[in-house]
Design a protein around this ligand. Structure first.
Ligand code: NAD
Length: 275
């Protein structure tokens, strides 16, 4: 274990099970000495999250639906009560009606548009405001070294940049999320708080299983990404550790791709078979 995250305390939001992207990031943070709290949505998930948190030495669990501002206030009040301050936050949350993650975007209903935007994009703004209030004031020493401030990372997908069939309203929400990252980074930069997004390639998780024809997306990425493979939650975890640690002290407002390079490719690879 390196001491990269030693002495730092952070909240992981969006852990559902050991396939979650949040789990890949949490494991790396734990292995590098971070103290972790976990928020989960509802009793059903608590049963899954509690043993995983315990593996990383944490018993600090908070029930929180991010679409409920009162629950968010209560969650951050618990953090303030137990820890006083917060150094980093992982936002790994997205949701849409799976009936609208197939077919055409033009058929998106108003109710699902608003719900998807609320849970998948606005929630970053809501949690960032509350997390930032608990992050220590930035101190610049005489020799120029900085302490305090904080780091926030959210999870996004390439469907924000280019059309991915079936991703639909979630792509629009991810575009709003990525632009929110830039505005939040600018708002909070003067306080030494960094805000970044990790754009992960497709990974089989609970959330991904709601996306129509996800197996085809996985296969297409594997065959056409420069690395000719799909990424894992360990790949995502390593990049999460980087962005949340002082290694990325000069990085903010960034959408960092962890997708085996898929986003740089403009067309099907010559060696990719027809699928
Ligand atoms: P996951 O199902 O493991 O995690 C999604 C989490 O969102 C769950 O823990 C769920 O409880 C939580 N959530 C949903 N609605 C919520 C609400 N109202 N309040 C609180 N929590 C809520 O799936 P995942 O793939 O690990 O997803 C994590 C993030 O990664 C999402 O933002 C997703 O869009 C993003 N992402 C996933 C992939 C992929 O291929 N799996 C790729 C790129 C980005």
């Amino acid at each position: 274990m390196s001491g990269l995250m030693a002495g730092k305390k952070g909240l992981i939001m969006g852990l559902a099970n050991d396939k979650s992207l949040a789990w890949g990031i949490a494991q790396q943070l734990g292995a590098h000495g971070a103290e972790l709290a976990f928020s989960y949505q509802g009793d059903k998930l608590e049963k899954r999250v509690r043993p995983l948190a315990a593996k990383l030495g944490s018993d600090f669990l908070i029930d929180c639906d991010v679409s409920d501002m009162a629950q968010l206030d209560a969650a951050f009040a618990k953090i303030e009560e137990r820890w006083g301050t917060l150094d980093f936050l992982v936002h790994a949350i997205g949701f849409s009606d799976k009936d609208e993650l197939r077919g055409k975007y033009v058929d998106t209903s108003l109710d699902n548009f608003l719900m998807t935007m609320n849970i998948s994009a606005y929630s970053l703004v809501a949690v960032t405001k509350r997390a930032a209030a608990l992050m220590p004031e930035q101190v610049v020493a005489e020799d120029g070294t900085r302490s305090g401030g904080g780091s926030i990372v959210t999870l996004t997908y390439y469907g924000a940049e280019k059309v991915i069939p079936h991703y639909n309203v979630m792509g629009v929400a991810k575009a709003a999320l990525e632009t929110s990252v830039q505005y939040l980074a600018n708002d909070l930069g003067p306080r030494g708080i960094r805000v970044n997004a990790l754009s992960a390639g497709p990974i089989k998780t609970l959330a991904a299983s709601g996306i129509g024809d996800f197996r085809y997306i996985l296969k297409w990425n594997e065959l056409n990404a420069p690395l000719r493979r799909n990424v894992t939650i360990d790949d995502v975890g390593g990049a999460g550790l980087y962005l949340l640690s002082d290694l990325a002290s000069g990085v903010t407002g960034e959408t960092h791709h962890v997708d085996a390079g898929y986003h740089v490719v403009g067309m099907k690879q010559e060696d990719a078979p027809d699928i």
